[in-house]
Design a protein around this ligand. Structure first.
Ligand SMILES: [Zn+2]
Length: 126
């Protein structure tokens, strides 16, 4: 959990370069009713919120994942080797959060049964 309190007149600011198309998307988003609900009224606030949520999601380095390895002898390419975190799953073969192996984790009935029998909980699909 990251809580960051920013006091407008005491906070110093720095600039980072991001692609202008991405900045345009943040600017457009800041004008939507959804953004207003989140307390975001301009692209700077949208960028700040995005950065905080990114850190919230990925900076929990002390969390130890559950490593889930499920060999598939008939189709070795389909074997699973996944790190299961509380909020995400990383495929150790592809180094991706979303690939055919994570799809198998979520969709395959046999895998589901193995997970239940091993008492392994997987994060909800976003
Ligand atoms: Zn994969």
């Amino acid at each position: 959990m990251i809580v960051m309190v920013l006091t407008e007149n005491k906070t110093s600011y720095s600039a980072v370069q991001i692609p202008s198309d991405l900045l345009k998307l943040l600017d457009d988003f800041a004008k939507t009713p959804q953004a207003k609900k989140l307390g975001v009224t301009n692209k700077s606030q949208a960028a700040k919120k995005a950065a905080l949520e990114f850190l919230e999601k990925y900076s929990q380095t002390e969390e130890k994942p559950t490593r889930f390895i499920l060999p598939n002898l008939e189709e070795p390419e389909e074997s699973l080797d996944l790190d299961i975190y509380e909020k995400t799953v990383i495929c150790n073969k592809c180094n991706l959060e979303s690939c055919k192996h994570t799809d198998t984790l979520y969709k395959d009935k046999y895998v589901k049964m193995v997970l239940i029998n091993s008492k392994i909980k997987i994060p909800k699909i976003k």
